[in-house]
Design a protein around this ligand. Sequence first.
Ligand code: SF4
Ligand code: SF4
Length: 356
Amino acid sequence: MTELRRPIESGVPDPFQYMHPVLKSNYGHWKWHDRPRPGVLHHVAESGQEVWTVKAGTQRQMDVYTIRKLCDIADQFAEGHVRFTVRSNIEFMVSKFEMVQPLIDKLAAEGFPVGGTGNSISMISHTQGWLHCDIPGTDASGVVKALMDELYEEFTHEEMPNRVKITTSCCQINCGGQGDIAINIQHTKPPIINHELVANACERPAVVARCPVAAIRPALVNGKPSLEVDEKKCVCCGACYPPCPPMQINDPENSKLAIWVGGKHSSTRSKPTFHKLVAAGIPNNAPRWPEAAGIVKQILYAYKENAKPWERMGEWIDRIGWARFFELTGLPFTKYHLDNWRGGRASLNASAQLRF
Ligand code: SF4
Ligand code: SF4
């Protein structure tokens, strides 16, 4: 008889071991739910059991003391169970309505706002940034903290036409995905090559193949194998930098921020969509990014005032048209806003062949 394959420690852990007992015993058997106030969800099971979920915002990157503080709050006010959402909101579950308000009061007293449900602006999702990734041009989590400080009221109230999902990405690979509003790094100058290091650090054919516009060629520089970039072709995407760190593209002056709008992943109401560029060349101005925050607020408040109830950002723009979007937001419209993915078929390198 073959021995049963034993589980290994990698991969997603079994969630049931951490789940609140009411959630565990009624898993898949919920009858209805509502939202008694922003930041609180109320679920009623077929068995008649009820559970209230209180959602609070965090500062995203958390030190161990903050996590301990949140766990202490869970032990004292919330029956000892928490979970984090994909946007790093923390959720506490309680099985008695009387426990909800003391929990909210304690969270408020400790500086964790309750909200992020329904038509609010939930916590901004961000890519890994300086803490975990090796190629960021900015600190995406810092942009999140700076922006959420300014959008605090929109987190604690549900006053937007529909939910607003904002994302940030710290390079143009954009592993943050599509968002109603996205704040992404935008490089504006081709990479500067350190020819001394290329032969030691880079697998040159892989780097050549990686360029979306076939701008990289092998070259001999000072008798050493290296690479060269046709700067007229280079679109400054930064794709060559991860496999070849000597092709340095991050730059404090020339790595800017760009803002994109109208993307979404879900199929609710309308199809998933790619977001589109609406503002570029914004200074990458740590630690508070005031220029980017100002433009995000311009877009958000134009959407809030003008969209019909339940229209997502992209649906609102589809209805009013891009000309009206730029009019209402007051953003300048330039020729760089006209590209689309269909046009990209002709200009991008769509084959895996190397070109020399
Ligand atoms: S967006 Fe780019 S730099 Fe940021 S974590 Fe993702 S791959 Fe890394
Ligand atoms: S991969 Fe991108 S940044 Fe690098 S040379 Fe090609 S277009 Fe320029």
